[in-house]
Design a protein around this ligand. Structure first.
Ligand code: ZN
Length: 345
């Protein structure tokens, strides 16, 4: 009951990359970089275990950014000539690589981290990949063509590549494969129309647990400003949850603590495991166990206790390292308190 897990990313140590940045520059190169990525992965496996998490990830230490880390291993993408593009419906600008030819994987993308993770914890493991729709929103296209048809075609092409890597991660012994789809909260109609289908293509043939993470983004200023425009009730999930409920994906995350998402939207996810966001990644204030347990208590009105997974609202990549570590502990302490409270009733 209440198996604790995180959305995925954790801060990179400052000897690996520039700290507290979403697109940090690496501080090493060549073999030193490879070794530093592996060391940072080990460090966070240990930190998650010490904090008492039930499901352990690699902390996304080996990728510069959750989308571009995957794209770097894709043929047909020009990384030399990045262009500035407004992403997430122009919420903020990013320097993105361009799709210039037919897409193909150069080889394994995450073998090193996944195998390290599997070898160094006996707990359940989770590995994250970007979802096809979010990839399409984080890359410039010079090949598939303008308009909706081009976007769908490109998403399906990426979905096939994601599927290849996901099957390999499963073979590495990963227990849960999660696709990150923040774009589902931005393009709600497209998400319900074709985003979920592309996601299912990416998960095709997987026999391990499958998950999707949908959020309101990292705790960066552009996202905080955007959230302030969304009003007092955030109903974005309402459009895509019914499509996800009908899909083959088994676990769905949602942002709960300090969000304006009505808790009753969880009821739309009947039959799914629900990762309930009980940790705010946009604030450096450490949640108290009571706050975490309260959020779990509210979610329990709409999801059964065996299907509730306490989680962070989003990734913690741009956060200060010590804050992230304290938040991992808060997540576990709050979940333990929630169990205690249940036992008393
Ligand atoms: Zn997120």
């Amino acid at each position: 009951m209440f198996e604790t897990t995180i959305a995925g990313s954790l801060p990179k140590p400052d000897w690996l990359a520039e700290p507290e940045k979403l697109w940090p520059q690496w501080k090493q190169a060549g073999d030193s970089l490879r070794q530093a990525k592996a060391d940072a992965t080990m460090l966070w496996i240990k930190a998650q275990e010490d904090a008492g998490l039930d499901i352990i990830g690699d902390g996304e230490q080996a990728r510069q950014h959750f989308v571009h880390g995957f794209l770097e291993q894709v043929e047909g993408i020009d990384f030399e000539n990045k262009v500035k593009m407004g992403i997430r419906n122009n919420r903020y600008d990013a320097m993105v690589p361009q799709v210039v030819a037919k897409l193909r994987l150069k080889g394994r993308v995450h073998a090193m981290e996944a195998q390290l993770l599997r070898a160094h914890t006996k707990k359940k493991t989770k590995f994250t990949l970007p979802g096809p729709m979010t990839i399409v929103d984080t890359v410039a296209d010079r090949f598939y063509g303008e308009g909706k048809e081009g976007r769908i075609q490109m998403a399906m092409a990426f979905a096939e590549l994601l599927n290849q890597e996901a099957l390999a991660l499963q073979a590495d012994g990963i227990d849960i494969i999660q696709f990150d789809e923040p774009a589902f909260n931005v393009y709600m109609e497209d998400a319900a129309d074709w985003g979920v289908k592309a996601l299912e293509r990416a998960a095709l043939g997987l026999t391990c647990t499958t998950a999707v993470h949908i959020c309101y983004g990292y705790g960066i200023q552009a996202n905080v400003d955007w959230k302030n425009t969304l009003g007092h009730e955030w109903r974005q999930y309402e459009k895509v949850f019914p499509a996800l409920a009908k899909s083959s994906i088994q676990q769905v995350s949602l942002e709960c603590f300090h969000s304006h998402v009505p808790m009753d939207l969880i009821a739309l996810l009947k039959g799914k495991d629900v990762m309930v966001g009980v940790i705010d990644v946009a604030s450096d204030v450490i949640e108290t166990p009571e706050e975490v347990a309260d959020t779990i208590g509210k979610a329990l009105q709409f999801v059964s206790k065996d299907r509730l997974f306490p989680c962070t609202n989003c990734g913690m990549a741009p956060m200060d390292r010590e804050t992230a570590q304290a938040k991992l502990k808060a997540l576990v302490a709050g979940s333990a308190l929630a169990i205690e409270r249940l036992a008393q009733h």
